[in-house]
Design a protein around this ligand. Structure first.
Ligand SMILES: Nc1nc2c(ncn2[C@@H]2O[C@H](COP(=O)(O)OP(=O)(O)OP(=O)(O)O)[C@@H](O)[C@H]2O)c(=O)[nH]1
Length: 176
């Protein structure tokens, strides 16, 4: 059983407005991300915001810890609800490869170019808690090193929409 989680907190400072709510082909980026994960996961949640087209959770232990705080919250939920794995992506993960799940199996594994896209066993929740409780960096890099996660390379890099121009470029690329 795989739980899907869209990481949807953060500041969107480079985008200039809440990028989760930016429109792409008639739907918000957030709705696209939920829909994409639904293709692989029994259930999908959204972490780090209160309103979404799926059940939501706040970051753990609080907001402001970066994507790892979202992964921690989702892992708690996965463990408590009996999911073996958690599949994560961001709101800007619009063009994930169809074989993503195969690429990320066996877990733990993540897309090298964008480590927020990853397949995580729910048993790593304690390691994530330890990193979030420790002084210093709460980076995903620290997590992937601690659990020996596999970096998946050699796949077309999914879009990384940081700015309005990135979104326009993706629109052009997908229209070609
Ligand atoms: N749950 C959660 N998600 C986050 C957090 N920070 C970033 N994200 C998500 O992670 C993905 C990548 O985020 P970034 O674009 O690197 O960061 P951002 O804060 O949204 O944008 P910038 O302010 O421009 O850096 C997006 O889907 C964000 O919504 C956070 O603190 N909690």
């Amino acid at each position: 059983m795989i739980l899907g989680a869209v990481l949807a907190g953060g500041q969107s400072s480079r985008f200039g407005s809440d990028k989760a709510l930016a429109e792409f082909r008639g739907h918000t980026l957030l709705a696209h991300a939920v829909d994409t994960l639904s293709g692989w996961c029994e259930h999908v949640i959204v972490v780090g915001r209160e309103t979404a087209p799926a059940p939501t959770l706040p970051d753990w232990p609080r907001a402001g810890m970066g994507p790892l705080g979202g992964i921690a919250a989702a892992l708690h939920h996965a463990r408590d609800e009996g999911y073996e794995f958690l599949l994560t992506c961001g709101v800007d993960s619009l063009d994930l490869p169809e074989n993503l799940l195969e690429l990320l199996t066996p877990a733990p594994a993540f897309v090298a170019a964008q480590p927020i896209i990853g397949l995580w066993p729910s048993t790593i929740v304690g390691t994530v808690e330890d990193i979030l409780h420790a002084e210093g960096s709460h980076s995903l890099k620290r997590l992937t090193a601690a659990i020996g996660a596999r970096a998946v390379t050699g796949v077309a890099d999914p879009a990384n929409i940081n700015t309005q121009a990135d979104l326009a470029a993706l629109e052009r690329r997908l229209s070609d």
